[in-house]
Structure formats: structure tokens, C-alpha cells
Unconditional design. Sequence first.
Length: 270
Amino acid sequence: MNHSELVAATAAYAAAKNAHDADAVAAAYAPDGVYQSVGFGEPVQGHEPLKGFYQALFTALPNYHGEFEGIAYGENTAVAWGRFGGTIAADFLGLGAHVGRVVDIPVTFVCTFRDDGLLISDVGYFDVATFCEQTGIRLAAVRPTIGGGFIPGYEAFWAAPDPDLVPQIGTEDLRSTWVGQPAEIVGISAYQEHIRAMTKLIPGLKVEVVDFLAEDDTVFIEFVATGTVGGQPVRFKGLDRFRFRDGRVCDGVTMYDDSVLRRALEAGSQ
């Protein structure tokens, strides 16, 4: 490509994004072209995945706009820097974006083209932590770890707890400490029986995630639990800490105010 062709291809690509035309954006790529946001999920490759990605972006940010503050050209490469943003109107890729949040992010794009003017790759560099802060997305959601990947399963289990599913979650030698328990729970069978006892003690037990922090093979989960004890409705907050081995829980600590349960049991026995 000569310089004028490179300038024109870059401008057309940017215009398609600002026009929210996912078809045109995807068509700007070669068939095996790739978009990647460094530090934000996996690369997106191919026309249909690219189209789907940009459709999701323009749905989440219907007033999406990108503004160049500067651009430099090399051989079949354009490096543009500026800002992108808009107002969140819907969730983005199931990551939990908060509707109504305003996004305004400094960004640099490195676009590499084929000789025929189609994009080989577009790589975006921006501060993912700032993006998450502005959108309300948890950082762990876009940088999944073993611990962070455990959260959907944790939420699904505690929405309708089934003790028979426990062996799928933990290792055979799982060790767990629960507040109020006289001894450490050792082994997956013992843990399964403990969960069975808890669901009998607290009929209708459900646990909802308030927040979590995941790093490598460890996750901390802040939760709220609800149910009934002795006919009395109960609600209490707590904290779980899990460590993983080969994708399963091998060690855990569960902390909560067990006085809530004791008071409900005493009231129910009167």
C-alpha cells in the first residue's frame, strides 16, 4: 500500500466504527483478521466473530465514539491514539456492565493491513482497570483465573443447593473449616454430609454472591445467605475463601455470624 491508500483504509475503518456499522467493520478485515484488546479477553478472529463482537459493543454503547488525537503511519501499519467511549445502555458480552455508566478511555490502536487494504490485525491498548471501574465490570470477569472461573458454578449451586453435586466441586482430600464447627471437615464425603446437614438445618437455603476477589488459584467470596431456621426467616452475611487444585476446591474457610442461626433456633423452640 502506498501512503494515501493506507490513510484512506484507516479512515474508512474508523468511520465504520463511529457509524456503528458492524457489517462494515467486519468487512474491513481479511478473512483471518484479528481484533485484540490487550489484557481484555481472548482475540476475536474471522468475519462472523468480529461482526458479533462489534454488534455487542454497539449495543452496549449505542453512542460509541472514537476520537483520534494523533496518528502515525509506517509500512502497511497505522498507529492511532486518542479516546473512545459512550454511555452504557446494556450489558457487554455478559460481563456485568452497569447501565447508565459513562465510559471515556484513553486508547492506542495499532492497525496492520494487507497490501489490498484489508486488516490483518487491530490491537487496542488501554487500561483495563479503568475500563472496569467506569463500566462497573469486575476486573476478574475480564481477566479470568481458576478462582474467578469458579464463581458461575458457585452461584448456580447455591441457587438450588444439591449435596449430591458436591463431589464434582471438591477434591477427595478437601479440607474445610466452618465457623461454629468444632473440628475441621476432612474429605469430600464429610463435606458433602456437612452441606446436607446445613440444607436440613436451613430449609430454603440460598446463597447470593455480593462480591469476589480472585487471584490465581484462590478466591474470596462475599455472600448473603437466606432461608428459614425453626420456622424463622434468617438472613446473614459471610465470607468464603477457597483454594483450588486441578480446577477443584482443595481447601476452604467459611465465616459468618452463626449467632443469627442460634437465635432463630432458640426462638423456634419457644
